[in-house]
Design a binder for this molecule. Structure first.
Ligand code: C5P
Length: 399
């Protein structure tokens, strides 16, 4: 899958840098070529010689090294690659990238590249959770940067929590997803919605639903594995978004609507999110206080935009294939068939979310795929298999 692909691997200064040496080996085993770039701080953790020996390539070390510039300028270096990977990505390098600084070779490459950038963050849990880092992560994601990890677990500094760099197999998976490979969906842009939405009542309360985001995440991963360029618009889901996709995190239905239209044009739209049909009409700026005389508040609702219907009914620039989901608790196929026509989508994936159906939050799903030709019931299977089968059907329809 990575044969003849060229990775520019920026190694920043963190204890996880030792894993990057293994990453170089695994990339080469898969046929990729690697050009390592070491920041000055990285050289405190790994030597240029070991990176160079494993990559069987020269290592670039500093922007102001005249020999480097004479041999290959930073612009060329950043563009000769198919993908730029930063592993480990430190809090400092992420801050620079988010702000657009270019004061050393690593940050200049990130500014100059015209290729996708994948970051594998690694830092102390408090640094990861710091609002500044979270702001930078959100900015980078918005700019289209891919982020793999970090993982939860014990850290070199003795603390526990998110911040450990993703393991090498996960980074490889993200790299394969980002490069898209040569799957049948290479070059196709797919917008996927996933997870629940949160509709605020006041600053501390919201209305949500039981969607875990598992089916949407599995679809996003399966699409990326087949080469698609995926924009993954997700509400606050329990399940982490897949690697190798562009993640756009949102909270409300209105934000999801805006994010989907911002992401268009697309070849395919897959609307797997459980979007709230209504929002609270007059959300309160202040926390609603308990009334000690026992009067419960009354909430008024306003209808949310129907994203699936809006995209399905576009008169210009409509995706070739628009797929909706229908969570039903009774008469699943009849209801979903009517819904397909009402919304105007091409296919609808119907599932039984009654207690007996158990689709919401569970690992398995039993769906019926409905199109203009009729209804095709699929046997009960894991959500990952539903995703793979659906993606194969999508590839077939576009072929
Ligand atoms: O009408 P209902 O919510 O049952 O339709 C489900 C389908 O419509 C799902 O594909 C869901 O993602 C989509 N939907 C949407 N925007 C809404 C409501 C539902 O995209 N506001």
């Amino acid at each position: 899958m990575l044969a003849n692909r060229h990775i520019l691997l920026v190694i920043a200064g963190g204890i996880a840098a030792f894993k990057s040496l293994d990453l170089i080996r695994r990339l080469r085993e898969r046929g990729a070529s690697v050009t390592p770039v070491l920041t000055r701080a990285a050289e405190e953790f790994v030597t240029p010689l070991s990176a160079s020996a494993l990559a069987a390539n020269r290592v670039y070390r500093d922007l102001f090294d005249l020999t480097d510039e004479a041999e290959m300028g930073h612009i060329e270096l950043s563009r000769a690659a198919d993908l730029v990977v930063v592993a480990p990505a430190t809090a400092d390098l992420m801050a620079k990238a988010a702000q657009g600084h270019a004061d050393d070779l690593a940050s200049t490459l990130l500014m100059a590249t015209d290729k996708r950038v994948l970051l594998a963050p690694a830092m102390n849990v408090r640094m990861w959770e710091h609002p500044a880092t979270q702001r930078n992560v959100a900015t980078l994601r918005k700019d289209g940067t891919l982020i793999a990890g970090p993982e939860n677990g014990p850290m070199a500094c003795g603390e526990f929590g998110p911040g450990r760099m993703a393991e090498v197999p996960q980074i490889l998976e993200a790299i394969e997803g980002a490069l898209g490979g040569t799957g049948p969906l290479t070059g196709k842009h797919v917008v996927v919605t996933s997870g629940p939405t949160h509709e605020p009542i006041d600053p501390v309360r919201y209305i949500a639903n039981r969607s875990s985001g598992a089916q949407g995440a599995a679809i996003g991963a399966a699409l990326a594995a087949q080469g698609a360029d995926v924009t993954f618009v997700t509400g606050p889901a329990e399940v982490a978004p897949p690697h190798g996709v562009k993640v756009v995190p949102i909270e409300t239905a209105q934000e999801m609507h805006e994010a989907v239209f911002d992401a268009l044009p697309a070849d395919v739209g897959v609307f797997a999110a459980a979007v709230a049909d209504w929002r609270v009409a007059h959300g309160s700026e202040q926390k609603i206080k308990k009334d000690h005389r026992g009067n419960a508040p009354t909430l008024a609702f306003a209808e949310n935009p129907d994203i699936l219907a809006a995209v399905s009914q576009m008169t210009e620039g409509r995706p070739r294939l628009v797929i909706g989901f229908a969570a039903e608790t009774e008469d699943v196929v009849t209801q979903a068939t009517a819904k397909r026509v009402r919304k105007g989508c091409d296919w609808i994936v119907a599932n039984d979310v009654s207690r007996a159906g158990g689709a919401m939050g569970g690992a398995d799903n039993s769906v019926t795929v409905i199109d203009a030709e009729g209804a095709e019931p699929w046997p009960r299977m894991p959500k990952t298999e539903v995703a793979a089968k659906l993606v194969a059907r999508i590839a077939g329809a576009l072929a």
